[in-house]
Design a protein around this ligand. Structure first.
Ligand code: ADE
Length: 277
């Protein structure tokens, strides 16, 4: 018998609609060795597959990116039995060809966060023992990414198949000089949350992929009209979130049809071999 699949869905700003789950109920946010997750969980099903929905910034959007308890969020989803996480994130575009409204299936990151806790193995009592030096290539889970790309093709939803996200500390947006530097570095999109979420999911042995919705052109363009504002971000994802929701809803049963035993074992072994005790 292959391992039971359960999918965690982390919704970002405006991308955390609980209606995507059937037979849903609220489960009180559990205490973890790292504190409490961003909010209560919504547990339910998509086509009979068990899913757990977590609003990254809280359901009232009251947790700013730097204050999200990423460790508690990922720990909770692991404790819930999630084998996979499909995360949604609003991003700014750093490239002309990635237009507001486009979807990017992330495959790499550049970390510009500051002081965020990036590991469960921090040497503290009651936390996992040892020190973990986890390889970050590939950063996002490749087979899960490919399933999302295939599903998008079947639904006729255009996606960029790869993309490097620059994750900044925020909560402010970037300066124009920073934005241009990130472009030179090879960043495709920019947000405030993919790191350390992707890192911790890998450390937890969870297959993690992210659907990034471009909502704006950040501020690198000469044309001031195209410089990011919160209003633009909100308007663009309101217009496009049904696309993201459709993609998540369709990919869940496809993921559940596959056998992930080998993938889970590989991740588990990688983590085990990365911990020094
Ligand atoms: N999220 C959406 N747009 C963004 C931007 N331009 N910079 C950082 N995070 C974002």
């Amino acid at each position: 018998m292959s391992k039971k699949i359960k999918i965690g869905i982390i919704g970002g700003s405006g991308l955390d609609n609980p209606d995507i789950l059937k037979n849903s109920k609220i489960k009180t946010a559990p205490q973890t060795p790292f504190g409490k997750p961003s909010d209560d969980l919504t547990v339910g099903e998509i086509e009979g597959i068990e899913c757990v929905l977590l609003a990254r910034h809280g359901r009232k959007h009251n947790v700013m990116p730097g204050n999200v308890n990423y460790r508690a969020n990922i720990w909770t989803l692991k404790e819930e039995g999630c084998t996979h996480i499909v995360a949604a994130t609003a991003t700014g575009s750093l490239q002309e060809h990635i237009k507001p409204g486009d979807i990017v299936i992330l495959d790499n990151f550049i970390d510009r966060t500051q002081g965020r806790k990036q590991t469960f193995y921090d040497g503290e009592a009651k936390h996992p023992q040892g020190i973990c030096h986890l390889p970050m290539e590939p950063a996002f889970h490749e087979k899960t990414r490919q399933m999302i790309i295939q599903t998008a093709q079947q639904l006729n939803i255009a996606v960029h198949k790869t993309g490097t996200v620059v994750t900044i500390e925020g909560p402010r947006f970037s300066s124009k000089a920073e934005s241009n530097m990130f472009r030179q570095w090879g960043g495709h999109v920019i947000n405030m949350t993919s790191v350390p979420e992707v890192v911790l999911a890998k450390e937890a042995g969870i297959c993690y992929a992210a659907i990034a919705l471009a909502t704006d052109y950040d501020c690198w363009k000469e044309n001031k009209e195209e410089h990011v504002t919160v209003a633009d971000v909100l308007a663009t994802f309101k217009k496009n979130c049904t696309k993201v929701t459709a993609l998540i809803t369709a990919v869940v049963p496809k993921i559940a049809k596959e056998n992930w035993d080998q993938s889970c074992k590989e991740l588990q072994d990688l983590v085990k071999n990365s911990v020094m005790t």
